[in-house]
Design a protein around this ligand. Sequence first.
Ligand code: MGD
Ligand code: MGD
Ligand code: SF4
Ligand code: MO
Length: 692
Amino acid sequence: MNAPTEFARAVCPHDCPDTCAMRVTIEDGRAVKVVGDPDHPPTQGALCAKVTRYAERVHHPNRLTTPLKRVGRKGEGRFAPISWDEAFELAAARLSEIANRAPEAIVPYSYAGTMGLVQGDSIAQRFFHKLGASQLDRTICAAAGAAGLKYTYGASLGMLTEFFAESEVILIWGSNPIASNLHFWTRAQEAKRRGARLIAIDPYRSLTAEKCHQHVALKPGTDGAFALGMINVLITENLLDHAYIAAHTLGFDELKARALTYPPSRAAQICGVDEQVIVDLARLYGSTKKAAIRMNYGLQRVRGGGNAVRAIACLPSLTGAWRERAGGMLLSSGGWAPVDSHAMQRPDLMPGWPAQASRVINMNAIGDALLHQGDATFGPKVEAIIVYNSNPVAVAPDSERVAAGFAREDLFTIVLEHFQTDTADYADLLLPATTQLEHLDVHKSYGHTHVMVNLPAIAPVGDARPNTEIFRGLARHMGLQEPALYDSDEAIAQSAFRWNDKTLEGVSWDSLKKTGWAALNLPDAPFAEGGFRTPSGKCEFFSERLAQQGLDPLPDYLPPYESAEGAPELAARYPLAMISPPARNFLNSTFVNIESLRSTEGEPHLDMHPADAQQRNIVDGDQVRIFNDRGAMQARARVTDKAREGLVVGLSIWWKKLAPDGRNANQVTSQALTDLGGSATFYDCLVEVERV
Ligand SMILES: Nc1nc2c(c(=O)[nH]1)N[C@H]1C(S)=C(S)[C@@H](COP(=O)(O)OP(=O)(O)OC[C@H]3O[C@@H](n4cnc5c(=O)[nH]c(N)nc54)[C@H](O)[C@@H]3O)O[C@H]1N2
Ligand SMILES: Nc1nc2c(c(=O)[nH]1)N[C@H]1C(S)=C(S)[C@@H](COP(=O)(O)OP(=O)(O)OC[C@H]3O[C@@H](n4cnc5c(=O)[nH]c(N)nc54)[C@H](O)[C@@H]3O)O[C@H]1N2
Ligand code: SF4
Ligand SMILES: [Mo]
């Protein structure tokens, strides 16, 4: 007889602003169906197409179910099963030997495969800190924007998502919510039905831009100039809230002087748009009370990304849009939840902390780091890398160098994974990790303001273990004597939040476990009366902290590294700007191996403008080669004016081994870093395209 059907509550773990609540149907110990929780206000009962397939992913026949040891050449992906004890013994012997001699030669590499605070970076960080391993600067996605916000407002905070539904104008800026922030799009559509005007600012006519009233197709990497042009108009036409500026901002006169150097004519020329577009948009924005900006990360993956976010973030403080709950700006709400990251990650376990913390490696330069021989400046050569929650061989920039680094015969590589990804192919030890349905976790969100609990719905598939359990096992086999390395998942989860913070009034670990989620206590219009988290408590148009670092204290426009303006000689050889934003049916490189989703995406495509195609004798459907000095990949051309002239778009991030030519967009992207935050510059990339 069949066991009765059960239901469990879970949280979508993916790197997505929406952090949905899920309901899982379980039969015979298997998850058979996953749906959006209708009772969770941000989720409203709807998941995206990808995660509706979550059960298919969890029980996929290719799930890793046992520890594996490499038997083939590096990168070949041939493995033999071993026991957990054997795996731990092998790992412990090699890591202990390195740790005794040169602990910084051990490098962790992780990102947001799961956004869970427990399976993300708790025991793992404690483990690396205790060893004195190198630290990883986790900058692959959002660091430029986060820095832009930090220097302007003090933290990653903004409008509450639900109130976008009441906005009258919404600028959707560097953001493609239909693909990547679905539940925000629901709010924007609600606003649209009530008469709001939606404007997309994006070099590409994305799925979202197609559905907005207006699409401003500026050149990639020019948003700082666009925003300064708007500020210029707001100032010269006096569309300002002088009382708000006087009470809640710092450095208006300096910002004014800067913005006056960006008359709309100059900004328009930089951005490749009509001057009138900037003027009209500034007028509309400045004369609307409930004017909201939904920025997203697409605009900050270029050299000037931090400054661009800073310039845009100034807008609502100039017009006083913050006074309304349906006005203001949102890039990330990640700063609202009172996460106790010190308690979770225990940086104090580092041998030299805080005076001599271990060296820091920027994850965007992992290719260079793995190929470095080591010297006094860099420190020791990297001898071991432990990858979890990430797939760097597919997602990290300048992939030729990343893959060459991982291919080093003398590098000891451990990968914790659900599947045999491009990175897993290079592992010496490949360890099977549990999915969200199999382990415990807690979550905040960067797109809404709830905290959430995920309880295990099913037993681990095969011999998979949670990341935490794997790091506890490593620590035990290495004989590490530190109680914090052995805390249970529940104990860690319980220490994730500062429960006495006023945003969590009335919420405890026990109550959260019962209810599954809790909305943070926040005012509807959090900055109606200022109260920002900068040193001055004001919106800092002028940042003393930036000045002290020898950086420009005011927002400015910085031309992309790879542009006619920034590098004319390079632009002559590689005239096309390439961006590679997320495909709707993948989540970064996750889900590429799920057949139903991959077949919806079809194959790697490159969208290019008819004029650019014609010049190169390319017609729709041709196989093309995309290349620059760093590398090359192939894709099928789609000739379309969705891409503005001079721009090519290759939706990402394909697993290399599932693409026909075994390559992906990161073959051509660069390891250069943004102006602020040391973020990646995926969309600051010149290429040439030819017919194959
Ligand atoms: N379906 C799906 N959802 C996802 C993801 C996914 O892979 N797939 N990834 C998740 C993650 S990790 C993240 S960070 C987010 C990413 O999602 P977003 O934060 O929305 O960022 P992107 O998709 O990188 O880019 C958004 C838009 O910015 C445009 N853009 C590119 N360059 C520029 C520029 O210079 N200026 C302006 N104004 N626009 C530009 C792109 O054409 C794109 O349409 O989505 C998350 N959600
Ligand atoms: N060309 C180009 N490159 C990009 C981008 C782009 O737009 N264009 N976007 C960039 C951005 S914004 C981001 S955020 C990064 C994302 O890069 P990553 O954070 O590496 O994201 P994913 O590719 O989704 O890989 C996450 C991996 O973690 C695994 N995983 C999930 N949960 C767990 C778990 O609990 N335990 C373990 N051990 N593993 C788990 C998944 O199976 C998956 O293989 O990529 C960046 N790369
Ligand atoms: S990926 Fe985003 S939209 Fe899809 S279920 Fe997860 S949180 Fe929701
Ligand atoms: Mo990201």
